[in-house]
Design a protein around this ligand. Structure first.
Ligand SMILES: Nc1ncnc2c1ncn2[C@@H]1O[C@H](COP(=O)(O)OP(=O)(O)OP(=O)(O)O)[C@@H](O)[C@H]1O
Ligand SMILES: [Mg+2]
Length: 258
Protein backbone atom coordinates (compact mmCIF):
# COMPACT_ATOMS: atom_id res chain seq x y z
CA UNK A 1 0.00 0.00 0.00
CA UNK A 2 1.24 3.47 -0.82
CA UNK A 3 1.87 5.74 2.15
CA UNK A 4 1.13 9.39 1.36
CA UNK A 5 2.68 11.89 3.77
CA UNK A 6 2.07 15.64 3.59
CA UNK A 7 4.63 17.92 5.20
CA UNK A 8 2.67 20.93 6.37
CA UNK A 9 2.62 23.96 8.65
CA UNK A 10 1.10 27.26 7.56
CA UNK A 11 3.94 29.05 9.30
CA UNK A 12 6.63 30.03 6.82
CA UNK A 13 10.26 28.96 6.92
CA UNK A 14 9.96 26.20 9.53
CA UNK A 15 11.71 23.50 7.48
CA UNK A 16 8.85 21.94 5.49
CA UNK A 17 10.69 21.77 2.18
CA UNK A 18 13.99 20.69 3.78
CA UNK A 19 12.09 17.88 5.50
CA UNK A 20 10.07 16.79 2.45
CA UNK A 21 13.10 16.73 0.14
CA UNK A 22 15.35 14.92 2.58
CA UNK A 23 12.85 12.28 3.70
CA UNK A 24 11.99 11.60 0.05
CA UNK A 25 15.69 11.24 -0.86
CA UNK A 26 16.46 9.06 2.17
CA UNK A 27 13.55 6.72 1.36
CA UNK A 28 14.77 6.51 -2.24
CA UNK A 29 18.28 5.70 -1.00
CA UNK A 30 16.68 2.81 0.90
CA UNK A 31 15.30 1.68 -2.49
CA UNK A 32 11.69 2.60 -1.88
CA UNK A 33 9.99 4.03 -4.95
CA UNK A 34 9.20 7.63 -4.05
CA UNK A 35 7.19 10.42 -5.66
CA UNK A 36 7.85 13.90 -4.32
CA UNK A 37 4.88 16.17 -5.02
CA UNK A 38 5.56 19.91 -4.88
CA UNK A 39 2.30 21.78 -4.31
CA UNK A 40 4.00 25.05 -3.31
CA UNK A 41 4.16 27.70 -6.09
CA UNK A 42 7.59 28.70 -4.70
CA UNK A 43 8.84 25.39 -6.23
CA UNK A 44 11.59 25.03 -3.61
CA UNK A 45 11.23 21.23 -3.37
CA UNK A 46 11.37 20.93 -7.17
CA UNK A 47 14.60 22.95 -7.28
CA UNK A 48 15.90 21.12 -4.22
CA UNK A 49 16.06 17.84 -6.14
CA UNK A 50 17.76 19.51 -9.09
CA UNK A 51 14.77 20.04 -11.37
CA UNK A 52 14.19 23.35 -13.14
CA UNK A 53 10.43 23.66 -13.67
CA UNK A 54 10.98 26.33 -16.33
CA UNK A 55 12.43 23.59 -18.55
CA UNK A 56 9.36 21.36 -18.15
CA UNK A 57 6.49 21.19 -20.64
CA UNK A 58 4.01 20.47 -17.87
CA UNK A 59 3.94 20.78 -14.11
CA UNK A 60 1.45 20.20 -11.31
CA UNK A 61 -0.55 23.24 -12.43
CA UNK A 62 -1.66 21.60 -15.69
CA UNK A 63 -2.46 18.40 -13.77
CA UNK A 64 -4.66 20.16 -11.19
CA UNK A 65 -6.63 22.12 -13.77
CA UNK A 66 -7.13 18.93 -15.77
CA UNK A 67 -5.12 19.75 -18.90
CA UNK A 68 -2.73 16.77 -18.68
CA UNK A 69 -2.45 13.39 -17.00
CA UNK A 70 -0.09 13.20 -13.99
CA UNK A 71 2.34 10.87 -15.77
CA UNK A 72 2.88 13.57 -18.40
CA UNK A 73 4.18 15.95 -15.73
CA UNK A 74 6.11 13.56 -13.47
CA UNK A 75 9.88 13.54 -14.07
CA UNK A 76 12.64 11.30 -12.81
CA UNK A 77 15.39 12.97 -10.81
CA UNK A 78 19.09 12.10 -10.88
CA UNK A 79 18.43 10.11 -7.73
CA UNK A 80 17.46 6.53 -8.43
CA UNK A 81 13.93 5.64 -7.24
CA UNK A 82 12.99 9.33 -6.80
CA UNK A 83 10.56 11.08 -9.14
CA UNK A 84 8.99 14.48 -8.76
CA UNK A 85 5.70 16.05 -9.74
CA UNK A 86 7.15 19.54 -10.12
CA UNK A 87 5.69 22.88 -9.17
CA UNK A 88 5.83 26.13 -11.08
CA UNK A 89 5.01 29.70 -10.08
CA UNK A 90 1.86 29.48 -12.23
CA UNK A 91 0.41 27.23 -9.51
CA UNK A 92 -0.58 30.51 -7.86
CA UNK A 93 -3.24 30.68 -10.59
CA UNK A 94 -4.66 27.29 -9.58
CA UNK A 95 -5.48 28.71 -6.17
CA UNK A 96 -7.89 31.10 -7.90
CA UNK A 97 -9.05 28.91 -10.79
CA UNK A 98 -10.00 26.00 -8.55
CA UNK A 99 -12.33 28.12 -6.43
CA UNK A 100 -15.23 27.48 -8.77
CA UNK A 101 -14.25 23.91 -9.74
CA UNK A 102 -16.36 20.88 -8.84
CA UNK A 103 -14.69 18.70 -6.18
CA UNK A 104 -11.97 21.33 -6.01
CA UNK A 105 -10.36 19.84 -2.87
CA UNK A 106 -10.01 16.42 -4.53
CA UNK A 107 -7.93 17.38 -7.59
CA UNK A 108 -4.60 16.22 -6.19
CA UNK A 109 -6.12 13.06 -4.70
CA UNK A 110 -7.62 12.13 -8.07
CA UNK A 111 -4.28 12.73 -9.79
CA UNK A 112 -2.29 10.69 -7.27
CA UNK A 113 -4.84 7.84 -7.48
CA UNK A 114 -3.87 7.40 -11.13
CA UNK A 115 -0.16 6.84 -10.45
CA UNK A 116 0.20 5.77 -6.84
CA UNK A 117 0.57 2.05 -7.54
CA UNK A 118 4.05 2.77 -8.90
CA UNK A 119 5.23 4.19 -5.57
CA UNK A 120 5.81 3.00 -2.01
CA UNK A 121 5.74 6.58 -0.73
CA UNK A 122 4.34 9.88 -1.91
CA UNK A 123 5.76 12.89 -0.04
CA UNK A 124 3.95 16.22 -0.50
CA UNK A 125 5.53 19.61 0.23
CA UNK A 126 3.01 22.35 1.11
CA UNK A 127 3.04 26.13 0.82
CA UNK A 128 2.93 28.21 4.01
CA UNK A 129 -0.85 28.68 3.99
CA UNK A 130 -4.05 26.77 4.67
CA UNK A 131 -5.57 27.58 1.28
CA UNK A 132 -6.99 25.33 -1.40
CA UNK A 133 -3.57 23.89 -2.35
CA UNK A 134 -2.89 22.72 1.20
CA UNK A 135 -6.46 21.39 1.45
CA UNK A 136 -5.79 19.34 -1.69
CA UNK A 137 -2.68 17.91 -0.04
CA UNK A 138 -4.52 17.06 3.20
CA UNK A 139 -7.35 15.43 1.26
CA UNK A 140 -4.91 13.27 -0.71
CA UNK A 141 -2.85 12.07 2.28
CA UNK A 142 -2.65 9.21 4.74
CA UNK A 143 -0.91 11.39 7.31
CA UNK A 144 0.64 14.76 8.03
CA UNK A 145 4.09 15.52 9.30
CA UNK A 146 4.37 18.90 11.04
CA UNK A 147 7.79 20.55 11.29
CA UNK A 148 8.04 22.84 14.29
CA UNK A 149 10.86 25.33 14.44
CA UNK A 150 12.43 25.58 17.90
CA UNK A 151 11.63 29.25 18.48
CA UNK A 152 9.50 31.31 20.78
CA UNK A 153 6.40 31.50 18.57
CA UNK A 154 6.47 27.82 17.58
CA UNK A 155 3.14 26.98 19.18
CA UNK A 156 1.42 29.93 17.58
CA UNK A 157 -0.57 28.64 14.64
CA UNK A 158 -0.36 24.98 15.65
CA UNK A 159 -3.85 25.24 17.12
CA UNK A 160 -5.20 26.54 13.83
CA UNK A 161 -3.45 23.74 11.95
CA UNK A 162 -4.92 21.08 14.25
CA UNK A 163 -8.39 22.68 13.88
CA UNK A 164 -8.01 22.50 10.08
CA UNK A 165 -6.96 18.85 10.39
CA UNK A 166 -10.15 18.11 12.38
CA UNK A 167 -12.33 19.81 9.76
CA UNK A 168 -10.64 17.82 6.98
CA UNK A 169 -11.14 14.60 8.96
CA UNK A 170 -14.85 15.35 9.42
CA UNK A 171 -15.46 15.82 5.73
CA UNK A 172 -12.81 15.51 3.05
CA UNK A 173 -10.60 12.76 4.47
CA UNK A 174 -11.77 10.82 7.56
CA UNK A 175 -8.67 8.56 7.54
CA UNK A 176 -6.11 11.36 7.88
CA UNK A 177 -3.75 10.92 10.85
CA UNK A 178 -0.84 12.80 12.40
CA UNK A 179 2.41 11.10 11.41
CA UNK A 180 4.26 13.24 13.90
CA UNK A 181 5.58 16.62 14.96
CA UNK A 182 9.22 17.22 14.11
CA UNK A 183 11.51 19.72 15.79
CA UNK A 184 13.72 21.52 13.30
CA UNK A 185 16.64 23.94 13.53
CA UNK A 186 17.33 22.91 17.12
CA UNK A 187 20.18 24.68 18.87
CA UNK A 188 21.28 22.75 21.92
CA UNK A 189 23.00 25.69 23.56
CA UNK A 190 19.77 27.72 23.66
CA UNK A 191 17.50 27.37 26.68
CA UNK A 192 14.76 28.56 24.37
CA UNK A 193 15.06 25.51 22.11
CA UNK A 194 14.79 23.24 25.15
CA UNK A 195 11.77 25.12 26.49
CA UNK A 196 9.96 24.88 23.16
CA UNK A 197 10.58 21.12 23.00
CA UNK A 198 9.16 20.66 26.53
CA UNK A 199 6.11 22.81 25.79
CA UNK A 200 5.20 21.01 22.55
CA UNK A 201 5.73 17.59 24.18
CA UNK A 202 3.28 18.59 26.92
CA UNK A 203 0.61 19.14 24.26
CA UNK A 204 1.38 16.38 21.79
CA UNK A 205 3.09 13.62 23.83
CA UNK A 206 4.13 10.61 21.76
CA UNK A 207 3.10 12.32 18.52
CA UNK A 208 6.47 14.10 18.74
CA UNK A 209 9.29 12.35 16.88
CA UNK A 210 12.27 11.25 19.02
CA UNK A 211 14.54 12.48 16.24
CA UNK A 212 15.29 16.20 16.44
CA UNK A 213 16.78 18.04 13.46
CA UNK A 214 19.63 20.34 14.55
CA UNK A 215 20.44 23.65 12.93
CA UNK A 216 23.11 22.64 10.43
CA UNK A 217 24.62 24.88 7.79
CA UNK A 218 25.02 22.00 5.32
CA UNK A 219 21.23 21.60 5.24
CA UNK A 220 20.87 25.23 4.17
CA UNK A 221 23.64 24.97 1.54
CA UNK A 222 22.42 21.77 -0.16
CA UNK A 223 19.38 23.29 -1.98
CA UNK A 224 21.52 25.80 -3.89
CA UNK A 225 23.34 22.79 -5.36
CA UNK A 226 20.01 21.12 -6.24
CA UNK A 227 20.88 18.22 -3.98
CA UNK A 228 19.33 16.52 -0.96
CA UNK A 229 21.67 16.41 2.02
CA UNK A 230 22.62 12.74 1.56
CA UNK A 231 24.16 13.64 -1.79
CA UNK A 232 25.63 16.97 -0.69
CA UNK A 233 27.29 15.88 2.56
CA UNK A 234 26.24 12.48 3.83
CA UNK A 235 28.45 12.72 6.92
CA UNK A 236 26.95 15.99 8.14
CA UNK A 237 24.79 16.18 11.27
CA UNK A 238 21.90 17.27 9.05
CA UNK A 239 22.21 14.17 6.91
CA UNK A 240 22.48 11.86 9.93
CA UNK A 241 19.40 13.41 11.49
CA UNK A 242 17.22 13.06 8.39
CA UNK A 243 18.34 9.44 7.94
CA UNK A 244 17.42 8.81 11.59
CA UNK A 245 14.03 10.46 11.07
CA UNK A 246 13.37 8.31 8.01
CA UNK A 247 14.19 5.16 9.97
CA UNK A 248 11.94 6.33 12.79
CA UNK A 249 9.06 6.80 10.34
CA UNK A 250 9.61 3.29 8.94
CA UNK A 251 9.76 1.82 12.44
CA UNK A 252 6.62 3.61 13.65
CA UNK A 253 4.77 2.30 10.59
CA UNK A 254 6.24 -1.19 10.98
CA UNK A 255 7.60 -0.97 7.44
CA UNK A 256 10.64 -3.20 6.86
CA UNK A 257 13.75 -2.10 4.94
CA UNK A 258 13.92 -3.42 1.39
N1 LIG B 1 17.96 22.26 10.16
C1 LIG B 1 18.30 23.34 9.45
N2 LIG B 1 19.50 23.95 9.66
C2 LIG B 1 19.85 25.07 8.99
N3 LIG B 1 19.09 25.64 8.05
C3 LIG B 1 17.88 25.08 7.79
C4 LIG B 1 17.44 23.90 8.47
N4 LIG B 1 16.20 23.58 7.99
C5 LIG B 1 15.91 24.51 7.07
N5 LIG B 1 16.89 25.41 6.93
C6 LIG B 1 16.92 26.60 6.07
O1 LIG B 1 15.92 27.48 6.54
C7 LIG B 1 15.19 28.05 5.46
C8 LIG B 1 13.72 27.64 5.55
O2 LIG B 1 13.63 26.23 5.40
P1 LIG B 1 12.57 25.57 4.42
O3 LIG B 1 12.62 26.21 3.09
O4 LIG B 1 12.75 24.10 4.49
O5 LIG B 1 11.25 26.00 5.18
P2 LIG B 1 9.74 25.95 4.63
O6 LIG B 1 8.87 25.71 5.82
O7 LIG B 1 9.63 25.02 3.51
O8 LIG B 1 9.56 27.44 4.11
P3 LIG B 1 8.28 28.02 3.29
O9 LIG B 1 7.21 28.21 4.33
O10 LIG B 1 8.75 29.28 2.67
O11 LIG B 1 7.90 26.96 2.29
C9 LIG B 1 15.87 27.57 4.20
O12 LIG B 1 16.83 28.52 3.80
C10 LIG B 1 16.55 26.28 4.63
O13 LIG B 1 17.68 25.97 3.86
MG1 LIG C 1 8.87 25.37 1.58
Amino acid sequence: MTKIITVTNQKGGVGKTTTAVNIAAALAALEFNVLLVDIDPQANATNGVGIDARQMDYTLYEVLVGDVEPNEAIVETDIKYLSVLPSHINLVGAEIELVSAIRREYKLKEAIEKVKDKYDFVIIDCPPSLGILTLNALTASSSILIPVQCEYYALEGLGQLIATLQIVKQGLNPDLTIEGLLFTMYQQQLNLSRDVVEEVKKHFGNKVFDTIIPRNVKLSEAPSHGKPIILYDIKSKGSESYLALTNEILKRNKIKHK
